[in-house]
Design a protein around this ligand. Structure first.
Ligand code: GLP
Length: 247
C-alpha cells in the first residue's frame, strides 16, 4: 500500500514542531471547543511551547479545549513526577491555563486498570470523539504505547512495554528508578477513530520507524503503519527522521 497522506519535510526539529503547532492552532482558532488528543515525549515540548505562547499573547483561546492524552504508565499516581499526567500539567495544561476538568488521561494508579480503560473509551465517546490527534512515534514504531504486535483492532487497555521502549524512555527517569513495565494506552482502533491525525517524528533514531510506517506493509510489526488506512494524517518529519525513506 502506498502512503496516501501529506508529508511535510522540515530541516530540523526546531522547524518541524511549529508546523505541528500551526496545524493545531488553525483548528483551535476555527473552533476553540475542539476535542484534541495529546501526546507526551520530548518531541512534543516545542509544540506545546508554541501553543502556550499563542495563548499567552492572546492569539489563541486555549481555555475551551477538551483534551485526551494517549497513555499513562501503570502504577504511577498523577502526582508522580514521572507520570504523564504530571508532565502534561507542567508542560502544557498549567502554563496554558487549561482547566484540568476539561482534560483526561488514563489513571495510572486506578485500583481496577481494566475498568479504567473502559471508562476512558467511554469518556472519549461522550465527548463526541477526537477531532485532531497529535502523535509521536516510538523508535520501534509504536504509537501511544501500542507496541509492535498490537492488534489494529485494539482499544484502550493495559499493555506490557517493550524492552526497547523502556530503554528509550529511561532517559526521562532519575538514575536508579526503573521505567514501569506496563501502561494504559488508547488502542490502535481508538486512535484511528480520531477525525484527523498529525504525527511528528524527528531525529535519526526515528528513521527506521518512519520508513516502516510509510513505505512498509500495513502490519502490526510496525503499529504506526496502521495509519496508512486513515483518511487524514499529516506527517511532519525532519531530514534526519526521513533519511531511510526510499527515494
Ligand atoms: C513515549 C510515548 C509515545 C511517544 C514516544 C516518543 O513512548 N508513549 O506516545 O510518541 O514516547 O517520544 P519522544 O518524543 O520522547 O521520542
Amino acid at each position: 500500500m502506498t502512503f496516501p497522506h501529506s508529508i511535510q519535510l522540515a530541516r530540523n526539529p526546531e522547524e518541524a514542531a511549529p508546523r505541528a503547532a500551526s496545524l493545531l492552532a488553525g483548528e483551535i482558532a476555527a473552533d476553540p471547543r475542539i476535542v484534541v488528543g495529546l501526546a507526551t515525549g520530548g518531541s512534543m515540548r516545542a509544540v506545546y511551547d508554541d501553543l502556550i505562547e499563542q495563548g499567552r499573547t492572546g492569539v489563541l483561546d486555549l481555555g475551551a479545549l477538551r483534551a485526551f492524552n494517549l497513555d499513562e504508565y501503570l502504577g504511577l499516581a498523577g502526582s508522580d513526577p514521572n507520570a504523564y499526567a504530571f508532565e502534561m500539567r507542567s508542560v502544557f495544561f498549567g502554563p496554558a491555563g487549561i482547566d484540568l476538568a476539561r482534560t483526561d488521561i488514563p489513571r495510572g494508579d486506578a485500583p481496577d486498570p481494566v475498568a479504567e480503560a473502559e471508562r476512558y473509551e467511554a469518556s472519549i465517546r461522550a465527548a463526541g470523539g477526537i477531532d485532531r490527534q497529535l502523535l509521536g512515534l516510538g523508535t520501534n514504531g509504536h504509537i501511544g504505547f501500542n507496541e509492535p504486535g498490537s492488534s489494529f483492532a485494539s482499544r484502550t487497555r493495559v499493555v506490557d512495554l517493550a524492552p526497547d521502549t523502556r530503554t528509550a524512555n529511561a532517559r526521562y527517569f532519575p538514575p536508579g528508578r526503573e521505567v514501569p513495565t506496563q501502561a494504559i494506552t488508547m488502542g490502535i482502533a481508538t486512535i484511528l477513530e480520531a477525525r484527523r491525525i498529525v504525527l511528528l517524528a524527528t531525529g535519526p533514531a526515528k528513521a527506521a520507524a518512519v520508513a516502516a510506517m510509510i513505505a512498509g506493509p500495513r502490519h502490526p510489526d510496525c503499529p504506526a503503519s496502521a495509519l496508512q488506512a486513515h483518511p487524514h494524517v499529516d506527517v511532519i518529519l525532519d531530514v534526519a527522521s526521513a533519511a531511510a525513506l526510499p527515494a
